[in-house]
Design a protein around this ligand. Structure first.
Ligand code: SF4
Length: 479
């Protein structure tokens, strides 16, 4: 990423953010999403029989699971194998992709139908399958739309939020050969018909995982469209992908976590379909695959687990509630985040998965308003971790390969810290600054432009001049 001349944000981030801000369709879609789902989720927590404090209990459950991941993952793998399934622990994204390709080749797979999965987005599974000549079809309606449009998701659970009915009508007319319409039920029926044919002829299905259960050896997925059930039951081979953190010990914990997840994600008491899969079809069973594979992905998560300040992020259940209240996400949209995960969760997880320096725009771009923590169904302290990442960018951290972003700024902060620790030094600096500001262009008690390197402060706004007399000076005179 090329740094911008003010040394804060890269040009790439600025341009992507500007594009989002200048897109009226995106702006109105995100405003509607935040007004409806963002506000609704908070009210839904209040209406819980256990009260909104249930979020804190959920946080404890998630953190306990994270603390015992080694045992839980081994138990999960044992149970899945006992159920007749196969388990593969993938250290890196390419290991997961290669495993999938190997299984697909062994079964001479020509077509894969996919249930929605952010992990497969993270590892770039679609591109790899397509490059190997395997047709890969997203079956979640939003994902299907953006796949047809050759775009990337702009929201974790509403991937096509940036598209209008008209866009989708034109897209379906072009790609599915149907007469143009922007009537949502007609468009949905057209997608349903096209996807039904894909489901019936697919050799392999894939899915993500909302949570796995170590106790029973099952993978649970939530959806509102029923497409995941088709992906998991119709093709003869099924492969589920999960980040290694998405496991709980007890099935009893799923009920609480899914009630919270459904409220945070879509203001529902529970998603329409809750699907459990944990192995191939038993003999005599009508539905289900002949072969089941579970891919458990590390891809940098072990390193996060080893960091006591940042491991809390592994408790995230990817509900996207934090996107629905974030004022930055509401303006710049998901594409500006440049990776599979956007919004506040993307701001923390992307730097940890891809490198903190390359993703520094995200860490510096958030407002730290705290809305994300307030709405998170599992009470993840995102603002605290954003501050931790900023501290690493300011001070450097060899453990995470972080080099300080701006040495000048760091020097300035050290000088500032020394200055405010001494009353005498502070008063002298104030007097000096009062004199200095007379040389700057200003009007009506406001400074119009600060000189470099402080000019960023006055690019978009004026700065109030330092008063001729401070409160302390006035108070001392009075006494
Ligand atoms: S951080 Fe919380 S609100 Fe954001 S996606 Fe994760 S669980 Fe949902």
């Amino acid at each position: 990423m090329k740094p911008h001349s003010d040394n804060v944000f890269t040009d790439q981030y600025r341009q992507a953010a500007r594009k989002g801000i200048q897109n009226p369709v995106l702006q109105s879609a995100l405003a509607a999403l935040q007004a409806r789902i963002g506000k609704g989720a908070a009210a839904a927590y209040q209406a819980l029989p256990e009260g909104p404090e249930l979020r804190h209990h959920a946080h404890d459950i998630r953190m306990k699971s994270i603390a015992h991941l080694d045992v839980l993952l081994e138990t999960l793998a044992d149970r899945v194998r006992k159920n007749g399934g196969n388990v593969f622990f993938a250290n890196r994204a390419e290991d997961a992709v290669n495993y999938c390709l190997k299984v697909a080749r062994r079964h001479d797979v020509k077509r894969v139908v996919k249930g929605k999965s952010m992990v497969t987005e993270e590892i770039g599974l679609n591109d790899a399958l397509e490059a190997a000549g395997i047709e890969t079809v997203e079956t979640d309606l939003g994902e299907y739309i953006i796949q047809l449009a050759h775009e990337k998701p702009s929201h974790i659970i509403a991937p096509a939020i940036h598209k209008t009915r008209r866009d989708i009508g034109e897209l379906f007319s072009r790609k599915l050969g149907i007469p143009y319409t922007d009537d949502p039920p007609t468009l949905t029926q057209a997608a349903r018909k096209a996807l039904r044919e894909k489901f019936m002829s697919a050799d392999m299905g894939t899915s993500g995982c909302n949570l796995a259960c170590a106790e029973t050896g099952h993978i649970a997925t939530l959806s509102n469209e029923g497409n995941i059930r088709m992906s998991t039951t119709l093709p003869r081979v099924h492969m589920s992908f999960m980040g290694m953190e998405r496991v709980t010990g007890r099935l009893a914990d799923h009920d609480m976590l899914f009630r919270l997840l459904s409220r945070g994600a879509a203001v529902q008491t529970m998603a329409t379909y809750v699907n459990y899969v944990g192995g191939p079809r038993y003999s005599g069973q009508v539905d289900g695959p002949d072969e089941f594979h579970l891919v458990i992905l590390d891809n940098g998560r072990s390193k996060i687990l080893a960091d006591p300040e940042l491991r809390e992020i592994l408790g995230c259940i990817r509900c996207a509630a934090c996107l629905n209240v974030c004022p930055v996400y509401a303006k710049i949209g998901g594409h500006a985040y440049g990776f599979a995960y956007s919004g506040p969760i993307g701001t923390v997880i992307t730097p940890l998965l891809t490198g903190i320096n390359p993703a520094r725009d995200l860490c510096l771009g958030e407002t730290l308003c705290g809305a994300c923590k307030e709405i998170c169904p599992v009470d993840i302290d995102l603002p605290r971790m954003i501050l931790t990442l900023r501290a690493k960018l300011a001070d450097g951290d060899p453990g995470w390969d972080v080099t300080p972003v701006n040495k000048l700024e760091k020097g300035g902060m050290v000088a500032w810290s020394k200055m405010i620790q001494s009353r005498k030094r502070f008063d002298q600096s104030l007097k000096l600054a009062r004199l200095g500001q007379k040389l700057l262009p200003g009007k009506g008690g406001m400074i119009r432009r600060l000189p470099p390197p402080f000019n960023g402060w006055t690019t978009e706004r004026d700065l109030k001049q330092i008063a001729d007399e401070s409160f302390n000076e006035w108070w001392r005179k009075k006494g």
